[in-house]
Design a protein around this ligand. Structure first.
Ligand code: FES
Length: 586
């Protein structure tokens, strides 16, 4: 066992833990199945309506009701397997003596939802929260998968305050192209080859047919996989479940076990607030850093914590990053496939190594209800090098660096694990793009004279400016540089980046340009200094000139005039606060 454990270090800086037993959120009454047992006309009516679905008199009485919040949708291929998993969840619920009742929620698919799924993450969380709260269910199983569906469900369930457990869709199977294994992160490189004229129409059509060969979410350690790991580490999914492939029989077995566990949760009354504690959040941050997980996790985890009155903060990420080695050697940062992570023992094997380093609070709860200490007592060390032994890390410090400086007073993130190390420190002249449309219109314009030493800057792509903070931060390399063999250069923005992408990219610059952050003041040719080792991002322009520019700056007017866009624009928080709505936090 490890020495120098971190037990007791789980309370995050600046966080006041909720007093024991105090509910996280109780401003509306929470529905329970008790009304089904009522002897009055309302109880009879509730039972009668359920019996219209063919349920027996016995089935609608005295059983814990387990809702199954299913984000299955034909508009979300990543979640296409969730119908089958719901069937298995029901089997588990019935076997444990509960009554399963499946219901739909909205679903958000990265490839389809415009302008970005992030614009609707909070909407889905509201849907999940209110459906759980309003209906007569005692516990809920959350079925998610594609990037935003997992955090939206966790946010909603945390706010609803009823017992909840999650099961992810699992990741798609690895396919092949040009005789080599093919996973989703290669799409970016193949796209660059197409732009450079290196893939003909036949190859392009072949790629379309073989990129995604099963249901399931993206098959690298991108956002969906990172969020699945987070859910498991937080104790919101069964231990060992996150790394199971979508098409594997064990995922179906995990669904049945999740149904059984949901009935136990209904009986004990254990809520997300009992699992998502400051200690569990610390563990989740460590796991993301140790895996070289998606930068989007920084935003989503903060939003989940905020629903329970907790705060992580970028300073805590920075502190833990400096002290946490990278052990995951998985695509898109490393060579190994997710199937190898599963073979290595999945999340428990990863936590086994973190524990060996004394970097895990093992008193936190796993999704089984055990402490992580109990789970790890029967967990072996990783059996392959997709998770390095703790004494042989890929890197001594965490995969995500937090940047601060004159260009990012409220912080920015940089995925060191996926960037060219020679670019971790770089100073170069800026080329500024005023939003996503401008970027696409001009990035390949030879008149800009962009060299590999330039720093590409995208602004007005943040939570309000875009709106919705799209994954536009992975600015494309200009085509003339691609033809010269340039594959990475420094880029920065107030946008996010797909967890499947890689490169020397500073993201989530806060405050965003639309809020008048220093990013709004950058001009073509200004020198920008990135230092991802010291955690700095600076605009090398003197104060007097910046003050002059600020005096001339005009805030973008307007924003949407009605509907969801109006609500989003007025209430969304900045990236360092998780982009939740101010009125949704606890
Ligand atoms: Fe759904 Fe990547 S597109 S997880």
């Amino acid at each position: 066992m490890a020495t120098g454990r971190t037990r007791g270090r789980g309370v995050l800086e600046g966080v006041t833990p909720r007093p024991q037993g105090e509910p996280a959120h109780r401003d509306l009454p929470v529905g329970t199945s008790a009304r089904l047992d009522a002897t009055d006309v309302h109880g009879l009516a509730a039972r009668a309506f359920l019996r219209s679905e063919g349920l027996s008199a016995e089935a609608v009485r005295s059983r814990p009701i387990v809702g199954i919040a299913n984000s299955w949708s034909e508009l979300n291929p990543c979640n296409a397997g969730l119908r089958d998993l719901a069937t298995a969840v029901k089997r588990g619920v019935v076997a444990a003596g509960g009554l399963p009742l499946e219901f739909p929620t909205i679903s958000l698919a990265e490839p389809f939802v415009a302008p970005t799924t992030m614009l609707l993450r909070n909407l889905m969380s509201i849907d999940v929260e209110e459906m759980i709260r309003a209906n007569p269910i005692d516990a809920v199983v959350l079925l998610g998968g594609c990037d935003k569906t997992t955090p939206a469900q966790l946010m909603g369930a945390a706010s609803a305050g009823k017992p909840a457990i999650q099961l992810g869709a699992g990741y798609r199977a690895t396919s092949s192209f040009e005789g080599q294994p093919l996973v989703i992160d290669q799409l970016w490189e193949l796209g660059d080859r197409r732009r450079a004229g290196d893939l003909d129409d036949d190859a392009w059509l072949e790629l379309e047919g073989c990129l995604n060969i099963t249901a399931g979410h993206c098959n690298v350690m991108g956002t969906a996989s990172t969020m699945a790991v987070i859910s498991e580490v937080l104790g919101m999914a069964l231990p060992g479940s996150a790394a199971i492939p979508a098409a594997h029989a064990q995922r179906v077995a995990a669904a049945e076990a999740t149904g059984r566990r949901a009935v136990e949760l209904a009986r004990t009354g254990t809520t997300p607030a009992d699992h998502i504690t400051p200690a569990a959040l610390d563990n989740a941050v460590r796991a993301v850093l140790c895996l070289g997980g998606s930068t989007n996790a920084v935003i989503h985890l903060e939003a989940i914590a905020g629903r329970l009155g907790l705060r992580i903060g970028l300073d805590r990420w920075a502190e833990l990053s400096r002290a946490t080695p990278v052990l995951g050697d998985l695509r898109p940062s490393g060579p190994h496939l997710l199937e190898e992570l599963y073979a290595a023992g999945g999340v428990p094997a990863l936590l086994h190594e973190l524990d060996a380093l004394g970097m895990l609070d093992t008193s936190a709860r796993a999704g089984s209800g055990e402490t992580w200490a109990e789970v790890l007592a029967r967990t072996a060390a990783p059996s392959n090098r997709s998770i390095r032994p703790h004494r042989e890390p890929v890197a001594e410090e965490g995969g995500i660096a937090i940047l601060r400086g004159s260009l990012a007073p409220r912080g920015a993130v940089f995925k060191r694990a996926a960037a060219t190390p020679e670019l971790w420190r770089h100073t170069g002249p800026a080329v500024v793009f005023e939003g996503v449309d401008d970027l696409h219109a001009r990035i390949d314009d030879p008149a800009l004279g962009i060299t590999a030493a330039h720093v590409l800057v995208l602004r007005h792509a943040g939570p309000k400016g875009a709106p919705g903070m799209p994954e536009a931060g992975h600015l494309p390399i200009p085509v003339h540089l691609l033809r010269q063999g340039v594959r990475d250069m420094v880029r920065l923005s107030d946008a996010r980046m797909s967890g499947t992408a890689s490169g020397a990219v500073a993201l989530h610059v806060a405050p965003e340009a639309a809020e008048g952050g220093p990013l709004a003041l950058v001009r073509d040719g200004d020198l920008i200094a990135l230092d991802a080792i010291e955690g700095r991002l600076d605009l090398l322009v003197d104060e007097a000139e910046l003050a002059r520019r600020r005096s001339l700056w005009v805030a973008p007017s307007g924003g949407p005039r009605r509907g969801w866009g109006w609500l989003h624009h007025r209430h969304v928080l900045q990236a360092d606060e998780g982009c939740d709505f101010d009125f949704l936090r606890a």
